[in-house]
Design a protein around this ligand. Structure first.
Ligand code: GLC
Ligand code: GLC
Length: 811
């Protein structure tokens, strides 16, 4: 069953039934000011950091789900309703929510009145703009009482939820003209406040929550709205809110727009006050003035749309598969921008309180984003590398506001360093900017400790080399990519976190075949980079370590039919046919086949066939099999999950593309394509009632074949799945790969594809690439011409900038 449809021309997903199986959300803002918004107007806003600068409050896991947001209430005399159906849940005559590229519009129709709320964060603006359009489609005069509503958060989203003995006494607001200012804690150490305005004289307001709702009412029936009369309450402590009251009279056929601005301001210490206890509102007023007419708002929206035109024009594809095209051209790239901005911090599954920017996560996210805005990727790489330590190890996460490593989350995940090589080389291949390698970058943000970024790559590589176990394989440390395979943890205390508890690594033999494959893949990238920049000795040195790793994998990492997953603390095999449960795992088979280890000897094909046989199912490839049915103290969190969920045999979508890419190494385009389709959201739209989460973005996990309800997805939006699937489809299936020397064309497709066309902007030139597959091949370029001239091999050399080139490829 579907709850809406794609509108590709407008790049929107249109939800026509508000009762989606889960809140279907969108993100507003893409730089500093952000909002999450659900299809019924739920969600919240923050500035840069969802933990430390939360602007509006949100209650997670609420009853009903998704309560609280940016609401408009309409009292039309006959009914009280909201354009987004919720929170009033008054039955609407029609409902439509359009989620677009960083904007959302929600339209409800009731009793002949149309109300459409448009929400977006204009470019380079520290505010969310809301345009409420009211239209009277009847032959009578309509008088509408409009109440806006937001609830302020007391800035720190964590203490906001727990420290009520203090919180209920600190809240402060100011009200001036039609603007409600939230200034809690501004008097002391904060230099920031928030505000909510409307571009019309208000006829009343409320800023005290209990007064607005009445102590015994919920979001669905605020007392003031039911009575049609605001109380003009001024909050002192308790829970400050902002609600404007505006009365609108509409003649038959008439319409009216109201513009609301929800913004954030920072003032310098010596400019904080206008007069004693009166905040300096200059910056707020300036922002409000930028959006005080409908024309200005419409212009800002048009600007946002053309910004997205430019971003999405860098790579477009035309195949015979509409569902594929809309993912590659629109939604997958959009999701990559979102994961780039938020890492794993704020979604309807990540509270915004627990996690900041992940070291490994952000490097992987870069790969799906770097072609859109290389300059921002550059800055991100430097930020990430600055949290590294001199021995190559690193903080697992850092806070976006301070950019400092987050100690509470811990460190010692031994895969982390290698991802910096992926992020950096992806950036240079895309941009050609080798100067980033000379950029001075500190260790642990310590001024004076700066070394070149290239040096950071060297210590990343050496971190693996210096941490090998008895089988010549990388020690896994706290965990490798799989946060839940905790081989050194041995936790029997339910009060401690698997992620941060003290590890028993002394004398550990816990080694990871996933890191081993990762090391070979990105180690080779490192070697290639060294060669390109003339560091030949370093290339030779590094290559020796890679060769040794390949040998160690073949010798100690092969189980006969597939690659082992690991050795545990005691040196026992993990992911072996010898094991009772967890005989085979996806990650090591993904990485070792991507690395092409044992390709000639048939190991790659065999490993991939075992994956097909044991891990594949209707909804995707599960992480391990058989699922763990009891707690293994020597494996840790992985065995804490019920079978079929998350890291215990869930379809952890992030790693499915590793197998797709592995299949392209083996040249099996049919398999890669089959796997791609299984987890691709636009292909699961028809089963939205089972799948549950948004059909326009990837989810981290789909319940696997051992679960109670296979096919049910969770944790949509913030997942490495976005970048990895984008990377797999564009670079390995469609096969358009940026390299240091030019664009390599190496498609690996299903044999029934007759061809496809790609437009790719690369290093200042535009390539119109037409791939033809008349003979039903899966891989291999037979000939390649640029503007009619034949090219040797399959790399289009860098062409002069500013021009468009026609590329013809015959498979
Ligand atoms: C989550 C984490 C990621 C980790 C993965 C597997 O997605 O964000 O860092 O690799 O889980 O455990
Ligand atoms: C849990 C999750 C895993 C995530 C980790 C982050 O272990 O299962 O996916 O990466 O938490 O802390």
């Amino acid at each position: 069953m579907k709850y809406g449809h794609f509108d590709d021309n407008r790049r929107e997903y249109v939800i026509t039934n508000p009762r989606t199986p889960w809140p279907w959300i969108n993100y507003l803002g893409n730089e500093d000011f952000f909002s999450l918004i659900s299809n019924t107007g739920g969600g919240y806003s923050f500035y840069k950091d969802a933990k430390f600068r939360r602007i509006t409050r949100y209650r997670y896991n609420n009853v009903p789900m998704d309560s609280g947001g940016k609401y408009f209430y309409i009292n039309d005399g006959a009914s009280v309703w909201s354009p987004g159906w919720k929170p009033c849940k008054t039955e609407l005559d029609s409902y439509e929510c359009r989620h677009g590229m960083n904007y959302t519009s929600i339209k409800g129709v009731k009793n002949g009145v149309e109300a459409e709320a448009l929400y977006f964060v204009p470019l380079k603006t520290w505010a969310e703009v809301q345009k409420l359009t009211l239209r009277n489609t009847t032959n009578e005069v309509k008088t509408l009482k409009i109440f806006s509503f937001v609830e302020w958060c007391l800035w720190n989203a964590a203490t906001d939820m727990e420290n009520f003995q203090r919180n209920f006494s600190t809240g402060e607001v100011e009200i001036e003209d039609s603007v409600i200012y939230h200034k809690t804690e501004y008097k002391e150490r904060r230099d920031h406040f928030a505000y909510y305005s409307v571009n019309e004289p208000m006829q009343g307001f409320d800023t005290d929550r209990e007064t607005f709702f009445g102590l015994y009412n919920g979001f669905d029936e605020p007392q003031t709205v039911l009575e049609g009369a605001p109380r003009n309450s001024e909050a002192h402590g308790w829970s400050p809110i902002a609600s404007h009251y505006v009365e609108v009279t509409l003649q038959p056929g008439e319409s009216k727009d109201l513009v609301y601005v929800l913004g954030y301001v920072e003032n310098a210490q010596d400019e904080k006050w206008e007069s004693k206890n009166i905040i300096n509102k200059t910056k707020a007023k300036a922002t409000i003035a930028r959006f005080d007419t409908v024309e200005k708002v419409d212009d800002a929206l048009a600007e946002l749309k053309s910004y997205w035109d430019n971003l999405l024009n860098v790579f477009t594809v035309k195949t015979s598969e509409e569902k594929l095209d809309r993912m590659v051209n629109i939604w997958n790239q959009y999701q990559c921008m979102i994961t780039f901005c938020f890492s794993r911090s704020a979604s309807f599954f990540e509270s915004g309180i627990g996690r900041g920017m992940g070291f490994r996560d952000s490097n992987q996210d870069l790969v799906g984003f770097v072609h859109q805005i290389p300059e921002r990727a550059r800055e991100r790489i430097i930020d990430i590398a600055s949290t590294q330590f001199p021995d190559g190890g690193c903080y697992h996460q850092y806070q976006p506001l301070t950019k400092k490593g987050n100690n509470e989350i811990g460190q010692g995940f031994n895969d982390d360093p290698m991802w910096l090589i992926l992020g950096t080389t992806a950036y240079i291949k895309e941009s050609g900017d080798f100067t980033i390698l000379d950029e001075p970058v500190p260790f642990d943000n310590e001024a004076g400790s700066e070394v070149s970024l290239f040096h950071h790559l060297t210590v990343s590589f050496d971190h693996v080399v210096n941490n090998l176990g008895p089988h010549g394989l990388p020690l896994s440390g706290r965990a490798d990519w799989n946060d839940c395979l905790n081989l050194n943890c041995f936790s029997n205390d339910p009060n401690e976190s698997f992620q941060t508890t003290e590890n028993k690594s002394e004398g550990s033999q816990a080694q990871s075949l996933m890191i081993a494959g990762l090391f070979v893949v990105y180690g080779r990238d490192y070697v290639e980079l060294c060669e390109v920049i003339g560091k030949t000795d370093e290339a030779v040195r590094a290559q020796k370590h890679i060769d040794a790793m390949v040998e160690a994998i073949k010798l100690n990492g092969w189980d006969g039919e597939w690659f082992l997953r690991a050795y545990d603390y005691f040196g026992n095999k993990v992911g072996s046919n010898e094991n009772e449960e967890g005989k085979i795992f996806i990650e090591s088979n993904g990485w070792c086949t991507m690395a092409g280890i044992g390709l000639e000897e048939g190991m790659v094909a065999k490993a991939l066939d075992s994956v097909k046989e044991r891990l594949d199912c209707e909804h995707g490839i599960v992480l391990n099999n058989p699922a763990f049915t009891k707690y293994y103290i020597e494996y840790g969190e992985i065995s804490s999950y019920p079978p079929g969920y998350k890291e215990n045999a869930g379809i952890f979508c992030h790693n499915n593309p590793w197998i797709m890419i592995g299949e392209t190494v083996q040249g099996r385009g049919d398999r890669a394509w089959e796997y791609f389709r299984k987890i691709c959201p636009s292909y699961t739209e028809e089963i939205s009632d089972l799948h549950k989460v948004e059909p326009y973005v990837y989810a981290q996990m789909i319940a696997g074949k051992d679960a109670f309800k296979p096919g049910e997805a969770k944790n949509s939006w913030l997942t490495g799945t976005a970048a990895w699937n984008y990377y797999a489809i564009t670079q390995y299936i469609l096969g358009i790969q940026p390299t240091y020397k030019g664009l390599r064309i190496e498609p690996c497709i299903a044999p029934e594809w007759k061809g496809f066309a790609v437009t790719r902007k690369f290093r200042g030139a535009t390539y119109l690439i037409e791939v033809k597959n008349p003979n039903g091949a899966m891989k291999g370029v037979a000939s390649l011409t640029v503007d009619g001239k034949a090219i040797e091999g399959n790399i289009i050399p860098l062409m002069p900038e500013g021009r468009t080139y026609k590329v013809e490829v015959l498979m």
